[in-house]
Write a new protein. Structure first.
Length: 638
């Protein structure tokens, strides 16, 4: 696809960032706010149904979830759960610690805090909450986030409860774990004034920095989720939910713009072909065509008493194979609708057949049965009759929409940055007041007290890192975005090692070890501090940091002393080093005579390969340079 001009496409992006707070208790009870490592010791079964709002309206997203006919099994334990999570007891008062974290964020973003916190219910019947709704409350409005030279308006800062943790889906039943339910979340929503994928990623990074500066947020995969509201000129407003990795934000925006631009091309092509949404539709049972099929999916479905239904899409030939974005074709869009509305495994269509065990002869018979012309496409689904019917009806509706517009919808993020259809976008009818929780008054004196302890803004802390520790800008930024910023400042007060070496070790070296598969999260801050103290005391070399950190993360029950002995990282004595240098020089005397002082780099490589982690490179370099100089002098005098 040709390079996209985002200004011409009219791209607008708004970000909603959801971050778990590191509070001692959950939002509406006294259970610890943490994921459980215990076996579940209870479970119960529920179905959820949509209800009308106070205006008599029903949220379309809730209707969608209800029509999927799902049931839910909830599992928990008596340490991280109580009757509140089971919806068998009214919620307790709001967690004041969580409110204060959100107020602190609001102060840092110069937002206007509200006078009284009122909890609202937001309809959610996908099973992620036992109540059928999520509780949320506005803490502040307005404010701004400074990103480079641009000010990004903040719309709202909310406090809400996290959802239950999905374990697995088994047919029409979904299993959830209740440990994560009711863990406090802060939600920050920006205005849709982000105009490029790169800018979206920078805004998400800046928001993350603000949150981490509070020192009251959880870390690790799953603790932060970004939702992106994306629209382009002539396209749709699409909410992409659940972007967990920062480096995927720009890719998700890029791919969604590609997808919508490609769908606009589909609309133009269908208009040229002269078809309108009133084309007749007939679902046909074509099971007889596949009685002897080699297609495993169809064969298994028929063996279980299912059938094969087909529908003709007039003039759609070739469009179902059109690539909308990497890994996403228009046929993928239709399949997503079929999967969610019909609970089938997927669809087959004539743009990709013969394939998957479906033969040319079966395709020919399929065209004859549906009276399909050369420019028509055919979609088939295998499954139980109701499921197959619901799936094909969803395919037809999505195909008809493709004649006129791109639907507003909620989509889920895939690991590669592409997205999949999740559900219709929710409406205003999903929000209504919570009557079981007493409002919380926010006084001016309380805000004044919080301001006295407000953390330094990230951009100011970066400047201080550069000034106080002589770090370059790259290292300072890497530290700010790492989990080790506070540890860095602690270590620099305990040892006199170069701050740049400490910073590089805590960012670049540790990130490299993580990429190689070392479970660095097993290393405690105290252990890392002690490694630097050993370096400071001359008991191991700087070069040994990577090796000992990797080994200890894989052997967390071992001591530092054991690691040094087992890895052979004990520092060489001066005599041992002299002996090694003399041997290396003796073995490479011809190189020294030929290259003179320039042989230093070559000899350093040999020595450090043998002694790395057991001697400082600076000491080796100084000693070796002196010995080479002496050797050359002896040779020229002889």
């Amino acid at each position: 696809m040709k390079k996209i001009c985002y200004a011409e496409s009219g791209l607008k992006v708004g970000i909603e960032i959801h971050q778990q707070l590191n509070t001692s208790k959950k939002l509406f009870c006294s259970c610890p706010a943490m994921l459980s490592t215990l076996e579940s010791d209870f479970e119960f079964y529920r179905r959820l149904r949509p209800t009308q709002s106070e205006m008599g309206e029903v949220d379309p997203a809730a209707i969608f979830e209800y029509q999927r006919g799902r049931a839910f099994v909830y599992k928990g334990d008596h340490v991280t759960n109580c009757l509140v999570e089971m919806d068998e007891e009214p919620p307790h008062d709001l967690n004041r610690e969580a409110i204060d974290v959100c107020l602190t964020v609001a102060i840092m973003l110069d937002s206007s805090t509200i006078d009284e916190v009122h909890v609202m219910r937001k309809t959610v019947i996908d099973g992620s909450n036992t109540t059928g709704f999520q509780r949320t409350c506005i803490i502040a409005v307005g404010g701004a986030l400074e990103v480079g030279e641009k000010s990004i308006p903040i719309q709202t800062i909310c406090l809400e409860e996290d959802a239950a943790r999905k374990l697995e889906e088994d047919g029409s039943t979904t299993n959830y774990r209740l440990d994560r339910l009711c863990v406090p979340l802060v939600e920050i929503a920006t205005a849709p004034v982000i105009y490029s994928p790169e800018e979206a990623e920078k805004v998400a990074l800046a928001l993350g920095r603000i949150l981490r500066a509070t020192k009251k947020v959880k870390r690790g995969l799953g603790s932060i989720r970004q939702d992106l509201n994306i629209s382009i000129k002539g396209g749709a407003l699409v909410e992409v939910k659940g972007v967990q990795q920062l480096n995927l934000v720009s890719k998700v925006v890029e791919y969604e713009v590609q997808r919508q631009l490609s769908l606009l091309q589909v609309i133009d092509e269908l208009t040229k072909r002269g078809i309108n949404r009133d084309f007749p539709i007939t679902l046909l049972n074509v099971s007889h065509i596949f009685n002897k099929t080699n297609c495993k999916v169809i064969k298994q479905s028929l063996q279980k008493g299912g059938l094969v239904l087909a529908v003709k899409l007039p003039t759609f030939a070739g469009l179902l194979a059109k690539e909308l974005a990497p890994s996403v074709r228009f046929g993928t869009e239709l399949a997503d609708y079929a999967k969610f509305w019909g609970r089938v495994k997927g669809i087959f269509h004539t743009d990709e057949m013969p394939a998957f065990g479906i033969t040319n002869e079966e395709v020919k018979l399929l065209r004859e049965a549906t009276y399909a012309e050369k420019d028509d496409a055919i979609v088939i689904v295998a499954g139980q009759e109701k499921n197959a019917t619901d799936a094909l009806n969803a395919v037809v509706e999505r195909a008809k929409n493709a004649l006129e517009m791109i639907p507003n919808e909620t989509r889920g993020a895939n690991p590669d940055g592409s997205t999949h259809y999740s559900r219709p976008r929710p409406g205003a009818a999903r929000m209504y007041p919570e009557t079981d929780i007493t409002p919380v008054l926010i006084t001016n004196s309380h805000i004044t007290d919080l301001k006295k302890n407000t953390p330094d803004l990230p951009q100011n802390r970066i400047k201080r890192l550069i000034k106080d520790h002589s770090l370059n800008k790259k290292l300072a930024n890497q530290l700010m975005d790492s989990e080790y910023l506070d540890l860095f400042e602690l270590i620099t007060t305990h040892v006199s090692i170069s701050p740049s070496f400490i910073a590089a070790s805590l960012t670049e070296t540790i990130k490299s070890l993580q990429r190689e598969g070392s479970p660095i999260e097993m290393l405690s801050d105290d252990t890392i501090l002690k490694i630097f103290e050993l370096i400071e005391n001359g008991e191991m070399a700087k070069e040994g940091f990577s090796e000992i950190s990797s080994w200890l993360s894989n052997n967390p029950d071992s001591s530092l002393r054991e690691a040094i002995d087992l890895l052979g990282l004990k520092m060489l004595t001066e005599q041992e080093l002299d002996n090694l240098l003399e041997k290396v020089m003796s073995d490479n005397e011809e190189v020294i005579i030929e290259r003179g002082q320039s042989s230093l780099g070559f000899l350093m490589g040999i020595v450090m390969k043998s002694a790395r982690g057991r001697v400082e490179a600076s000491i080796v370099s100084k000693k070796l340079a002196n010995k080479i100089h002496k050797k050359i002098k002896e040779y020229t005098q002889s």
